[in-house]
Design a protein around this ligand. Structure first.
Ligand code: NAD
Ligand code: WQD
Length: 346
């Protein structure tokens, strides 16, 4: 199938592009590289042996999006592009509405014009807010506490409205839990710009000595060891979830919303311990106050994705730690040390 992958140069997008190519799909990426690096395209080629077509494009521009559709005529869109930093969204909300909502409206308009029927959309478990009951199911009440989360909630509603108005469409809304890890080859992975906000990249930088110590945000939660519990999912499993949604979209119409997680919770201290056991590296850490806005526990009920998409996550925490550490060791500067890779190829 011919698929347009927006944000395909980013963390989750690049891993999904690899799996899509390896499943025989024809891929075009559209990304403005505001949070990614063009070197990822060479790495995708190293893994898959194939060149990927890519537009350096800002999806907020309607005419640019239309041009891509006119040339490429995609049968499906997997829509990752957007901004994702919670703190930044509080400081600069308009950028978040502009990028996340503006781009999605443009894509939907072009999909209508060019008869592209299938969309797979990146939502987030952040739409669940603070839940009483875990694991959380897709029909739980929704609430958000920051502009980033609000863009996801608004987009979910917008996609539901579009699905009702245009019954030929197939829209999958995928609510990701906490994606971590890296491709098994260690050639692609997550490359946070500046100081990482998320646990896994910060933990790796602390283990590598790039950061002095990891701050553990709170040890007084109502959890067995007092630290926050999350549902960490290997980015390759997440990527495969998109292929499952795409396959469903081929012979179904309507809107489907799915949790993509493992269904298992891991605390901050458990993740540190697992990482230390797997890598033999010490992770220096200090316990600090809770981070504002954090919930104590979040993990997915994965039954719906299992039953309706025939998908489940297979990689455990050990594999997630091994793979992200391989990426860190091979490319400590992420995509910035292009010369190293060139030297390796010679
Ligand atoms: P990422 O920042 O690595 O990838 C997003 C990509 O979109 C980047 O390559 C960026 O350059 C591109 N982009 C941003 N604005 C654009 C625009 N206007 N036009 C074209 N390209 C643009 O992020 P990611 O972690 O791969 O996340 C992908 C999607 O998944 C996002 O929508 C994010 O909100 C969602 N999500 C991520 C997580 C997570 O923890 N990583 C969790 C839940 C949901
Ligand atoms: C995980 C756990 C922290 C950093 C965020 C977004 C969410 C989604 C995924 C996009 C928590 C603790 C963290 C650190 C720590 N993104 N922690 N020290 O908060 O579950 O979700 O990313 O949609 O919208 O809110 O992920 O990785 O930031 O935190 O102790 O330096 O690690 O308190 O318990 P979170 P996270």
């Amino acid at each position: 199938m011919k698929i347009l992958v927006t944000g395909g140069a980013g963390f989750i997008g690049s891993h999904t592009v690899v799996e899509l190519i390896q499943s025989g799909h024809e891929i075009t990426i559209a990304d403005n590289f505001s949070n990614s690096n063009k070197e990822v395209l060479s790495r995708i080629k190293l893994i898959t042996g194939q060149e990927t077509s890519c537009y350096c494009a800002d999806l907020r521009k309607e005419e640019v999006v239309n041009r891509i559709f006119r040339i490429e005529r995609p049968e499906a869109v997997i829509h990752f592009a957007g901004l994702k930093a919670v703190g930044e969204s509080v400081a600069d909300p308009l950028s978040y509405y502009d990028h996340n909502i503006g781009s999605t409206i443009n894509l939907l308009k072009s999909m209508r014009i060019y008869d592209t029927r299938i969309m797979v959309f990146s939502s987030s478990a952040t739409v669940y807010g603070d839940q009483q009951h875990m694991p959380v199911t897709e029909n739980a009440s929704l609430s958000v506490t920051n502009p980033y989360g609000r863009t996801k909630l608004i987009l979910e509603k917008m996609l539901e409205d579009a699905g009702k108005a245009y019954p030929e469409m197939s829209i999958s809304i995928l609510r990701y839990f906490n994606p971590i890890g890296a491709h098994h080859s260690g050639l692609i992975g997550e490359e946070p710009q500046g100081t990482p906000n998320n646990l896994a990249p910060f933990l790796m930088q602390a283990a590598a000595g790039v950061k002095k110590e990891l701050k553990v945000f709170g040890s007084d939660y109502d959890t067995p060891d007092g630290t926050g519990i999350r549902d960490y999912i290997h980015v390759t499993d997440l990527a495969l979830g998109h292929i499952a949604a795409l396959n469903k979209g081929m012979d179904h119409t309507g809107v489907g919303t799915y949790n993509l997680g493992t269904g298992e919770g891991t605390s901050v201290l458990q993740l540190i311990t697992a990482f230390e056991e797997v890598t033999g590296k010490h992770v220096p850490f200090v316990v600090t106050d809770r981070r504002e806005g954090d919930v104590a526990v979040s993990y997915a009920d994965t039954n719906k994705a299992r039953k309706e998409l025939g998908w489940r996550a297979k990689r455990n925490i050990k594999t997630m730690c091994e793979d992200m550490w391989r990426w860190q060791l091979q490319f400590p500067k992420g995509y910035k040390n292009i010369k190293t890779l060139e030297a390796e190829k010679r």
